[in-house]
Design a binder for this molecule. Structure first.
Ligand code: AMP
Ligand code: GLY
Length: 421
């Protein structure tokens, strides 16, 4: 098979790495890719939101399958476009991708089908939202309805913070039309877990449960980021809770989507919180997670391409996803200043050294300049290590992290610590 991966992050590098290990695959392409991906796949410099050029490229190269990394092209309807042109592609349709594309859509779907999530109110009127926030019990969580590049969620501990968030989203439209409607949600406490499953529209196959580290600083302090590291599996998630997640949340969501004529085929990624009242949905994503994918795929034994083909033909119930024993930990190295302002173009040192056993290096914001790797984004690399147990995996990942340097490199020192408690 000839396979095209769309995207340019660590997630896509991990997808390329895993797909390359499939006996079904002959050649891998990536659009647009990055410096690290260009060593493993043929990169074609097409932006992920240029659907027409992607279609033209996949048609011309006669791709047997396209796998989509980021949410934007999915929400923009790339799957519908490719399928209507006779091309095989893996991901949800535009209507199904609304699970990530609209938080209002998702909250209303969850409410209609009694799937556990935080209590909420929805506002399209700025004055009404302010009036509600003025008397709401703090903290509250304010969310822009549409896609906001991971920045559309604000946790407010004081009414003044809530007023500011509403002003920015609804009046100043810092996220454009995505902030025209907002949700004000109950603040939930508990351990967070990312559950990713592959679905054929009816059946689900579960990948290893993972935990992301969204905040920039150690101890989950500071601003939200795309994710600063992850590990899998999650020791605190017991079998009974996992079963509840499957039967009370994941399977009912897939069923609800089918019932509402939005059959969901693709990766369903639930951001969940384990509250005292049981697991609840914080959000859905319609794709693989980043950096979760960088720890979930190196832990897998099964062939991802086989799983995707089973999902495309509605035969997932016959597919058994297997993981290795042990654990994986992935540490993101970012540009200093991320997720706010940062500079790029810094030469990266230490990449040429041979990696330790069971260690993988996934590139995010990197590019090649005169044959040298330089930084080209906020998140630059993910170092993933596998070991017999989580503690060793963490130690091993940090050993390699310590050998890679660039001007202003920053990483969290506590990735995986919550899994050891
Ligand atoms: P999201 O982009 O929706 O995943 O939200 C980003 C982060 O905000 C989540 O990973 C949580 O840490 C936090 N968050 C979102 N909704 C809530 C909530 N209702 N209660 C507590 N924390 C939340
Ligand atoms: N790890 C967060 C995300 O992929 O959205």
């Amino acid at each position: 098979m000839k396979i095209l991966v769309i995207g340019s992050g660590g997630r896509e590098h991990a997808l390329v790495w895993k797909i390359k290990r499939s006996a079904l695959v002959k050649k891998i392409y990536c659009a647009p890719g990055n410096y690290g991906i260009s060593k493993d796949a043929v990169c074609e410099n097409i932006p992920v939101n240029d659907l027409q050029r992607l279609l033209h490229f996949a048609t011309k190269e006669k791709m047997d399958l396209t796998i989509v990394g980021p949410e934007q092209p999915l929400v923009d309807g790339i799957v519908d476009l490719f399928e209507s042109n006779g091309l095989a592609i893996f991901g949800p349709s535009q209507r199904a991708a609304q699970l990530e594309g609209s938080k209002v859509f998702t909250k209303e779907l969850l409410a209609r089908h009694r799937i556990p999530s935080a209590a909420y109110a929805k506002f399209t009127n700025y004055e009404d939202a302010k009036a509600y926030a003025a008397v709401a019990k703090m903290p509250v969580v304010i969310k822009a309805d549409g896609l906001a590049a991971g920045k559309g969620v604000v946790i407010c501990h004081e009414p003044a913070q809530a007023m500011e968030a509403l002003l920015q989203m609804m009046q100043n439209r810092v996220f454009g039309a995505a902030g025209a409607t907002v949700i004000i949600e109950e603040f939930l406490t508990g351990e967070e877990v990312s559950i990713l499953a592959i679905s054929d529209g009816e059946n689900l196959v579960y990948l290893a449960p993972a935990q992301d580290h969204k905040r920039i600083f150690d101890g989950d302090q500071g601003a939200n980021t795309g994710g600063m590291g992850a590990y899998a599996p999650t020791p605190f998630l017991d079998a009974e809770t996992l079963q509840r997640i499957k039967t009370e949340i994941m399977a009912p969501t897939i069923k609800a989507m089918a019932q509402e004529d939005r059959p969901y085929r693709g990766v369903l990624y639930a951001g969940l919180i384990l509250t005292q009242d049981g697991p609840k949905v914080l959000e859905y994503n319609c794709r693989f997670g980043d950096p979760e994918t960088q720890v979930i795929l190196p832990l897998a034994q099964s062939d991802l391409v086989e799983a995707i083909l089973a999902a495309r033909s509605g035969l997932l119930h016959r597919f058994d996803w297997r993981n290795r024993s042990g654990a994986t930990a992935g540490v993101v190295i970012a540009s200093g200043g991320y997720p706010e302002k940062y500079t790029t173009g810094k030469r990266i040192y230490g990449l040429e050294k041979p990696l330790q056993k069971e260690t993988l290096l996934f590139h995010s914001g990197t590019k090649g300049v005169e044959g040298q790797a330089v930084t080209a984004g906020g998140r630059v690399l993910t170092v993933t290590a596998w070991a017999e147990n989580l503690q060793q995996a963490i130690a091993s990942a940090y050993q390699t992290v310590g050998k890679i340097t660039f001007d202003g490199a920053y990483y969290r020192k506590d990735i995986g610590a919550k899994g050891l408690r």
